[in-house]
Write a protein that binds this ligand. Structure first.
Ligand SMILES: Cc1ncc(C[n+]2csc(CCOP(=O)(O)OP(=O)(O)O)c2C)c(N)n1
Ligand code: SF4
Length: 287
């Protein structure tokens, strides 16, 4: 097989996303990152959550698995442990990752599992047509909170830092050039990486629009920022008036989970088991 190209990754299924959806910026940046990194087709697996974001499963022609809402991360960890030579990426919404699947995110960060979790953070449950999510701003009127949201929003970045994530970054779907580099850096990081991407949803989120973000986002790189400083990362992740984007925290000294397993030293689990496993029986029910 050969390296992923913009043509090879294009599936025959046309996107169902609404015009102007921030998911277009994310998928575009992601594809560019794969091509620029020169990833062989057989080395990449994408695990999708359930949401508008997860619908990307149909639009990419790569190895992948469309999992359950909230359960993309444990599936990704399973794939990585079965064949740790693969690049494993999770594509899911913030409802999926910071809501129903939050325990898995924290476990993946604590264990330093070598997967990249790319969160389409549109501050709303979009596929289910506009309920509040864990990052919806306090006071927002949504279908599920007609009198205004009572809860405070979660801060995914401080949460990941406190769970010992070794790579924590934030991108913006309206800044492709930066997002391509962030996706590349997250994939190249040896260990767990969280890339939270601010993603306008013009259909159900009328507050956090491109215009709203445009007035607030700024690039950390322009501030001569040091991502190795955990205390600085913690403080920067709490800025609210302006919204920093870039790599907040990076620790290259951490050892990935699978590298602690001596039984995986020489061969992947799949190589050790090849020939013994037959999927015929379990698949029989589906064919
Ligand atoms: C186990 C399970 N719980 C809940 C749902 C219903 N559900 C489907 S998508 C979704 C929310 C999607 O929001 P998000 O994860 O933020 O993704 P987005 O659609 O915004 O990309 C919910 C609650 C489901 N399909 N399965
Ligand atoms: S509902 Fe929102 S997130 Fe879903 S496709 Fe439309 S614009 Fe995108």
């Amino acid at each position: 097989m050969s390296n992923i190209t913009l043509q090879s990754i294009q599936s025959p299924i046309a996107s169902t996303w609404c015009p102007g959806c921030g998911n277009f910026g994310i998928i575009g940046a992601m594809k560019q990152a794969f091509v620029q990194l020169g990833i062989p087709e057989e080395d990449l697996v994408i695990i999708y959550g359930v949401g508008c974001s997860g619908n990307m499963a149909d639009f990419n022609r790569v190895y992948g698995f469309h999992s359950l809402h909230g359960r993309a991360i444990p599936n990704a960890i399973g794939v990585k442990l079965a064949n740790h030579k693969l690049k494993v990426i999770v594509i899911a919404g913030e409802g999926d990752t910071y809501g129903e699947g939050l325990n898995h995110l924290l476990a993946a960060a604590r264990g330093n599992h070598d997967i990249t979790v790319l969160v389409h953070n549109n501050q709303t449950y979009s596929l289910t047509t506009g309920q509040s999510s864990p990052t919806t701003m306090k006071g927002t009127n949504t279908k599920s909170t007609p009198d205004g949201l009572v809860e405070e929003p979660l801060n995914p970045l401080t949460m990941a830092i406190s769970a010992h994530a070794g790579f924590v970054a934030r991108g913006y779907a309206g800044n492709m050039a930066q997002l391509i580099n962030l996706v590349k850096e997250a994939i190249q990081h040896d260990g767990f990486s969280l890339l939270d991407v601010l993603q306008p949803c013009p259909t159900f989120n009328k507050i956090n629009t491109y215009q709203w973000f445009q007035q607030r986002v700024y690039d950390l790189d322009k501030k001569n920022y040091q991502p190795s400083d955990k205390k600085l990362a913690w403080e920067t992740a709490q800025e609210e008036e302006k919204i920093p984007t870039g790599v907040f925290y990076k620790d290259i000294s951490k050892v990935s989970y699978h590298k602690h397993l001596s039984q995986l030293d020489k061969k992947t689990l799949l190589e050790q088991r090849s020939g013994e496993v037959s999927l015929k029986k379990p698949l029989k029910a589906f064919v």
